[in-house]
Design a protein around this ligand. Structure first.
Ligand SMILES: Nc1ncnc2c1ncn2[C@@H]1O[C@H](COP(=O)(O)OP(=O)(O)OP(=O)(O)O)[C@@H](O)[C@H]1O
Ligand SMILES: [Mg+2]
Length: 132
């Protein structure tokens, strides 16, 4: 399973959600990995400080699209759950992150509402045009 945590705003809890989900799944016995796409490396720093005696959660960094796709392909074999911690902007990894995790495309109505509200989320419409 692949879970992407993304929001175009900074400091809204993406990393907090990512690491808490990872720890919960690890305690349930799943093999979990976090892929940190943010250059602030918050998940990686958390991983570095985590006690090794706790249920294992791996974390690796991938801050460009190629590295992200490569990491997920490689991790897929040995991990039940891959959690991708997103960036606080529409970055190079945002669209790949959504594509990796979603079987379904973003809701066009949600994009429209975000656009009306002045959010840069509307840019996703270019990648996910509405079906006629
Ligand atoms: N549900 C919550 N309630 C209160 N505080 C929270 C909650 N989730 C996260 N925080 C706090 O908000 C701050 C930012 O959280 P976090 O680093 O997870 O956000 P982020 O979206 O990953 O930020 P960034 O975009 O900078 O990577 C942290 O100090 C965290 O402890
Ligand atoms: Mg973060």
């Amino acid at each position: 399973m692949r879970i992407g945590i993304t929001n175009l705003k900074g400091g809204v809890g993406k990393t907090t959600i990512s690491i808490n989900l990872a720890v919960c799944f690890a305690h349930m016995g799943y093999r979990v990995c976090i892929v940190d796409t943010d250059t602030n490396q918050s998940s990686l720093k958390w991983y570095g400080a985590r006690d090794e005696s706790l249920p294992e959660v791996l974390a690796i960094g991938a801050t460009d699209a190629k590295a992200l796709n490569k990491a997920v392909d490689k991790l897929h074999k040995d991990h039940d759950i891959i959690i991708i911690d997103g960036t606080p902007s529409l970055s190079e990894t945002t669209i790949p992150q959504i594509e990796i995790c979603n079987k379904h495309k973003p809701n066009p109505q949600a994009c429209k509402e975000q656009k009306a509200a002045g959010s840069s989320f509307w840019q996703l419409e270019r990648h996910y045009p509405q079906k006629k």
